[in-house]
Design a protein around this ligand. Sequence first.
Ligand code: G6P
Length: 369
Amino acid sequence: DFIEKSGYEHFMFKEIFEQPQSIKNCMQCRLDTERALVTFDELEDYKTEIINARRIIIVSCGTSWHAGLIGEYFIEKYGELSVEVEYASEFRYRSPIINRGDIVLAISQSGETADTLAATELAKAEGALVLCICNVVGASIPRASHATMYTNAGIEIGVASTKAFSSQVTVLALLSLYIGQIKEKIQPQTAAGLLTELSKLPSVIRKTLQCADTMQFIATELHNFYNCLFLGRGVAFPVALEGALKLKEISYIHAEGYPAAEMKHGPIALIDDKMPVIFIAANNDSYEKIINNIQEVKARKGMVIAIVAEDDTEIKKMADFIVEVPQVNDLMMPIISTIPLQLLAYYSALLRNCDVDQPRNLAKSVTVE
Ligand code: G6P
């Protein structure tokens, strides 16, 4: 056990710090910066179907579902293709309508989750082209799919998914550009710029991991609370969901993720000095709106923790705790913003004496319903 942890105290911590390498492995062979091209050899036989697709339906569970929500933003923006994201457990028990031109994309770290497998089999039986994103070679979901995009993140042991999640998001970022390229929807110059940026992801992650001490410090405050709210807009919304899930999974602090604009439709009623709010505010698109939300929380004495880009000027003046992350484009932002949240969950769980790698009642892979 000690050897496998390579001197780290917990698998989760080791896996968080492996992300520069796991992302590098995930991008290798797919990202050709010289020719400004994304390649997916595994999709070669299905290129025509992808070009003519009318919709992608993503099916997944847990953290993989959050990756799917991030993929929705990417694929709609860069692939100009409509995306629906479904909980596999809901999809399989509805009477889902799968039309001609629909592609079903299953996302599963383990490739064994019962609901995702059943959704995959159902979609295939209905005649859909079924693709999957998986971390375990030869697992059941890849075997039930027409083609598999492997994340190549290496084995993940910590029950709370970290490096598998970031590699799923990386595959989805690449896939969105791939779809944009084969449909000729993306300007070669735009693609070249985005790919050059993406190729820096491992080193940017390395830099982001330097926030570990800051997150440990913030956890000394946060671990005393019983509830916590995570807010973000746009592609930062699924990041908020993932941050909340990580915290509740391993530290047992009740946490909810919400789109920041929905705060006024409910969560605002809960805000007082016992409700810390974590803002994922590293994307500038909705900067002014996020500032308004922060003011609303401060006016109700809520403690504000904000993840901001390093060039931020305004939020720094308002938040109780600031976490600076490198300034990156929207394809990289979800990963860069999730890393501090993984560390925050980790340190909060340690301070609460929780079993980080084996949280109570949870399993790494849920192979039964
Ligand atoms: C379990 C794990 C989660 C994971 C989810 C889906 O709940 O504890 O970490 O996100 O299953 O697993 P999958 O292997 O399908 O991605």
